[in-house]
Design a protein. Structure first.
Ligand SMILES: [Zn+2]
Length: 300
């Protein structure tokens, strides 16, 4: 089972044991950063739970396994836009109330579960309070903090870690650029997405820009990169990456980068709170440059 999945060995062992001993809970939370394969693992777990084979599950042989995603024993719910609304959870409830026919279970995966608004979470809570015993719900989230405590307390949690560099390298056949690996920080999904959108160059350029000595060159390079659609669409990821680089400098080069980290974090928060992106970025670039000039002055 689950052989083709990269990493997550410990979690997979535990899930195998659940399948084998048939001690299945009504609700699980799979938590960890996005793009590391939580949903892939959850689907494989669902398939194993729905499989009717007497031998090891999933058998991947009989119809229940081959068509499990299309069967009405399996439901995958995901946000529409950026929310999961109460209506979706109510519809889910109705479906779950109908007993399974071709399996002895029903499994629902709620992807990006943190996108459930409060009403939706309360509706889900109602299901979790009195679930039919054949039901298993798997909540997948990169931000467990956004889930109600009352939901979390009814679920068994699995924490998924970012993949290791060698696991990422092993997953892809072709060599992966160092910058792309750093940018992805353990997420296969982020690498696939960046490659599909030909963003590798933009990522490398983003790093290079912040290494520029003069303010003019720094601004020129940053302006060039930030005009690209991929960068605009993933600006928070690019800022996260910048933070990573400053933390790395602190750790590896023993540089005091706390000033730079504060500047980038402030920018990130401003943008999250819907500040004007262009103004926020301009200010960040100038402040980072000033910070660096100040560092040099202290060294002399
Ligand atoms: Zn099967």
């Amino acid at each position: 089972m689950l052989l083709e999945i990269m990493g997550h060995k410990e979690q997979i062992e535990k899930l195998k044991k659940i399948v084998k001993t048939d001690k299945v809970a009504n609700a699980y939370i799979f938590e960890g950063m996005s793009g590391i394969g939580k949903c892939t693992v959850a689907k494989e777990f669902a398939k194993a739970l729905l499989c009717l084979s007497e031998g090891s599950r999933p058998c991947n042989e009989y119809i229940a396994c081959k068509t499990f995603e299309d069967s009405n024993n399996f439901i995958l719910l995901a946000p529409e836009g950026n929310v999961i609304k109460v209506d979706s959870i109510r519809a889910l409830k109705e479906e779950l109330m109908l007993k399974p026919i071709t399996s002895d279970r029903k499994v629902a995966i709620i992807n990006d579960a943190e996108c459930m608004n409060e009403q939706a979470q309360n509706a889900l809570l109602k299901i979790l309070e009195e679930p039919p015993k054949y039901v298993t719900i798997i909540l997948i989230t990169s931000n467990k903090e956004k889930l109600l405590y009352t939901i979390k307390s009814r679920c068994i949690s699995f924490q998924f870690q970012p993949l290791k560099e060698e696991e990422l390298r092993a997953y892809f056949e072709e060599p992966i650029e160092k910058e792309l690996l750093e940018y992805a920080r353990g997420s296969i999904g982020a690498i696939v997405n960046a490659k599909e959108n030909h963003a590798t160059e933009a990522i490398a350029k983003w790093v290079q820009a912040f290494r520029q000595e003069s303010l003019i060159e720094l601004m020129r390079d940053v302006n060039e990169v930030r005009e690209e659609k991929y960068v605009k669409d993933h600006l928070q990821d690019f800022l996260e990456y910048l933070l990573y680089l400053y933390y790395k400098d602190m750790k590896e080069k023993k540089q005091d980068t706390t000033g730079a980290i504060a500047i980038v974090e402030e920018t990130r928060n401003h943008i999250l709170r819907n500040a004007n992106v262009d103004i926020a970025l301009d200010r960040m670039v100038i402040n980072l440059w000033k910070w660096r000039r100040e560092c040099k002055r202290l060294l002399v």
